[in-house]
Design a protein around this ligand. Structure first.
Ligand code: HEM
Length: 511
């Protein structure tokens, strides 16, 4: 039996040991260089110096002052912003730190995704990596060329053209039409059919996504994380949280539970059936499957939240830029006519032979930088980046907006100029060219966008088929707002202003 003195001695030794360890680690960290950044205030750090609506642009200014790796603090959270493709790739892909810099900071969506059983905001682990690979392959596979889904998609695009052209003498705000088009595209991808307008809650996909984006807005997320009990109280925060859960369950029922109930082996209707098939095969083989019902629903929610909003942003900015740059549109028309003609519908493979169209797409993604800070990463352990210490617990922003608007790299970053990606012969620059190394709209490394091939192919087909049929021109009865990304108001989700435009049918089109 130990005496009180023994216990005291043990406690004293233990606390001295912890103290020595702590001092050594503080001393070690003191000797390692922390990244530069603005001086903050006690407790609140730099919280009141950074405008949360324009955080990506504010941080670009700080990068200009302090360099490509900067540190600041939002209340208790240490944040690192990286504004160079080289450092982003080192942090997330190349050096040993990529093993520990690829988690996600916690946020209030954990319950929405059944305890982070999805990809986008979940930590990096074996299941996340399996889900990413599965998602990447399946999204492309179900859209096989000439297959049923491909044809349904073609029909939807043609309906979009008709909607645009039917208002040839009026100014049209394309936003709502594009939203409907994307709702149909994602529905085709997931279940192989669109949801008819007459079905109750037919717009539940956007209802869910819109609510999800309100929930992850730092002001709402911050309140719900600091005071979790708000979720159960009446009032703004509780309402948003509960409405998101309700919308999630409606999506889960229509796009998963109902599909599982009507699933028939041998009849793959869309991505959800591929998930069900995979799950059943695993269960038959091993009695277990990593793709649980909740993981499948998480995958559906990821596809919707990331896919619909991002494709919408690219297409909307494309139309706005075409109104501002008729000369670019004319060159696109010429390339579409030369490579595809006006008789057949475009297919993703055409893009290979269309360098100008590729340059137009890259320049939309560079100029607009529609995911300006990508999705924040979390660094679990102390790591070193270019001689700087990134402390454990830091949140890392891959600042794609700053990478894409660096004056030294791009010369005139605030100009929309697709030609920058072409050589004198009109060919696309080689992949090792500095500009190609610095265009990273889908981010890089282990967490880079798994939907990029799907996004690229669908955006291309939509754009090219539109260019076969229409010319987009500025509105006659309202002002066309500038496309300048410095004016966009919010980092999550980043939106350019609403605008109207006109669609004129092209004489030689095949409608
Ligand atoms: C132009 C369109 C798109 C752009 C610019 C884009 C960009 C991005 C970026 C920058 C990230 C964050 C990467 C990081 O954390 O380092 C991301 C993540 C993600 N994207 Fe996309 N994306 C697009 C379209 C899509 C589509 C169509 C889908 C699905 C069909 C999709 C699914 C995802 C998912 C699931 C993640 C989370 C990846 C992870 O956490 O590991 N994205 N995307």
């Amino acid at each position: 039996m130990m005496s009180v003195t023994d216990i005291l001695i043990i406690c004293t030794c233990a606390s001295s040991f912890v103290f020595i360890l702590f001092s050594c680690s503080s001393l070690r960290n003191r000797n390692r260089r922390l990244p530069p950044g603005p001086k903050g205030y006690l407790c609140c750090g730099n919280s009141f110096q950074i405008d949360s609506d324009h955080i990506h642009h504010n941080l670009k200014g700080l990068h200009d002052d302090y360099g490509k790796i900067i540190k600041f603090q939002i209340f208790g959270t240490k944040v690192i912003s990286l504004s160079s493709a080289k450092y982003i790739s080192e942090a997330f892909e190349l050096n040993p730190s990529c093993q520990i810099a690829n988690d996600r900071p916690t946020n209030s969506t954990s319950d929405i995704f059944y305890g982070r059983k999805h990809i986008g905001l979940a930590d990096w682990n074996f299941i996340t990596s399996l889900m990413r690979e599965f998602h990447k392959l399946s999204a492309i596979l179900v859209f096989e060329k000439g297959g049923k889904l491909d044809q349904l998609f073609e029909t939807e695009i043609k309906l979009l053209h008709l909607t645009f052209i039917s208002g040839r003498n009026v100014d049209i705000n394309p936003h709502l039409h594009l939203r409907l088009f994307l709702q149909h595209l994602m529905s085709i991808l997931l279940i192989g059919e669109t949801v008819d307008k007459s079905v109750p809650d037919n717009n539940v996909l956007w209802e869910f996504i819109d609510l999800l984006y309100v929930l992850i807005d730092p002001s709402v997320d911050g309140a719900l994380r600091t005071f979790p009990f708000l979720r159960r109280l009446p009032g703004y925060y509780g309402n948003i949280y509960r409405q998101t859960i309700v919308a999630r369950d409606k999506v889960g029922k229509r796009f998963y539970e109902d599909r599982k109930a009507s699933y028939r082996p041998g009849n793959i209707r869309g991505l959800v059936d591929v998930c069900i098939l995979n799950q059943l095969e695993e269960l038959n083989k091993t009695g277990n499957s990593w793709l649980t019902d909740e993981h499948i629903k998480g995958l559906i929610f990821d596809t919707l939240a990331a896919g619909m909003t991002e494709i919408l942003k690219t297409l909307r900015l494309f139309l706005l830029l075409m109104c501002h740059h008729p000369e670019v549109q004319t060159r696109l028309h010429v390339e579409v006519e030369t490579i595809i003609g006006s008789e057949r519908f475009p297919c993703p493979e055409d893009l290979k032979w269309m360098p100008y169209t590729q340059a137009v797409m890259l320049e939309i993604w560079r100029y607009g930088s529609q995911t300006p800070l990508a999705i924040p990463h979390l660094c679990r352990k102390d790591v070193e980046l270019d001689g700087y210490l990134i402390e454990a617990g830091s949140v890392i922003f891959p600042n794609l907006y700053a990478v894409h608007h660096d004056e030294v790299t791009w010369g005139d970053p605030w100009e929309y100029r697709p030609e920058r990606f072409l050589n004198e012969s009109g060919e696309l620059l080689p992949s090792d060219h500095t500009l190609m190394q610095n265009i990273i709209p889908f981010s890089v490394g282990k967490r880079a966008c798994p939907g990029q091939d799907f996004a690229r192919s669908r955006i291309f087909v939509t754009m090219a088929s539109l260019m076969q049929r229409v010319r987009v021109i500025p509105p006659e009865n309202s002002n066309l707002p500038p496309a300048d990304p410095r004016l966009y108001s919010k980092a999550y989700p980043m939106t350019e202003p609403q605008f109207e435009c006109r669609f004129l049918p092209r004489e030689d089109s095949i409608i």
